[in-house]
Design a binder for this molecule. Structure first.
Ligand code: ZN
Length: 277
């Protein structure tokens, strides 16, 4: 099933990394002036700033803070590394709370010197270790499964089934899942796992972009919706069939778009959102 067409920008959210050349202040002003209603703030954009002040500025401009990206990277080869990751995740939770962002996105991490199964145990332990702090701060934790090409260093959670299983294992409604079409579009079980995630009431966020062919760089050559092989409207239909009516977040890492003037790029994002999302 495909979703009904999008006709306005009320659910459009843009990640600050999508318009990487813009500071948080410029992104705030440009997004608001362009009718974008949501913003997901990457932590680098908070450096040297008070998250509470940034949050006030964003809301004053009419933007809703959707998420903070990103926490995670829990696995490590030694105890010091594991503790450093937990400490950093507590700081990320504090930043999300300061911004009044409801969700911290977790890119869970992986350690190539050890089995994936060990990294997965460390991810579950790491999330458990910061859960009380997240609850105290009112910040939900969203596990984002990453494409298996990133299983060496970026995430040992590579399918939505694994993320759903981890949610069930950890068993707390504060922990849920982030569905990103770039990472999950290839999965033959995607529709069923999106349905299952919805039944568990754990679908916290939805990220969109496209998969270019050929992809010239597996980190920084994502496409605009409609430029690649992902059937974004179909996946959005599955997501919305669960009852999800939250923001549709445009997250594009692209050297080719970052090299452009970002205002015409933002205009292209809006067109692609209406036509191909
Ligand atoms: Zn994402």
């Amino acid at each position: 099933m495909s979703a009904s067409p999008l006709t306005d920008f009320r659910r459009l959210c843009v990640h600050t990394i999508t318009t990487k050349p813009w500071s948080i202040e410029e992104a705030c002003d440009r997004y608001a002036a362009s009718g974008v209603r949501g913003i997901t703030v990457w932590r680098q954009w908070l450096e040297g700033r008070d998250p509470a002040v940034v949050g006030q500025r964003l809301r004053a401009a009419g933007l809703q803070v959707v998420s903070v990206a990103r926490g995670g990277f829990f696995p490590a080869p030694d105890a010091a590394g594991l503790q450093a990751a937990i400490d950093d995740n507590r700081r990320a939770i504090d930043e999300a709370a300061g911004l009044e962002a409801p969700v911290l996105v977790l890119v869970c991490g992986a350690e190539p010197s050890q089995p994936l199964s060990r990294s997965r145990e460390q991810i579950a332990d790491g999330i458990s270790a910061v859960l009380d702090h997240a609850k105290a701060c009112g910040v939900k934790l969203g596990i984002e499964p990453l494409h298996p090409m990133y299983a060496d260093t970026r995430s040992a959670i590579n399918t939505l089934a694994q993320a759903n299983d981890m949610c069930r294992q950890l068993g707390d409604p504060q922990i849920g899942v982030v569905v990103d079409v770039y990472h999950l579009w290839w999965d033959p079980n995607l529709e069923a796992e999106i349905r299952r995630c919805g039944q568990m009431d754990r679908l916290f966020a939805f990220h969109v972009c496209d998969w270019r062919t050929p992809t010239e760089d597996f980190l920084t050559d994502r496409g605009l919706m409609g430029e690649g092989c992902i059937d974004v409207p179909r996946i959005r239909g599955w997501v919305e069939a669960t009852g999800f009516d939250g923001f549709i977040e445009v997250e594009i890492f692209s050297d080719r778009y970052w090299a452009m003037d970002q205002q015409p790029f933002l205009d292209k994002i809006k067109q692609a959102y209406l036509k191909h999302t």
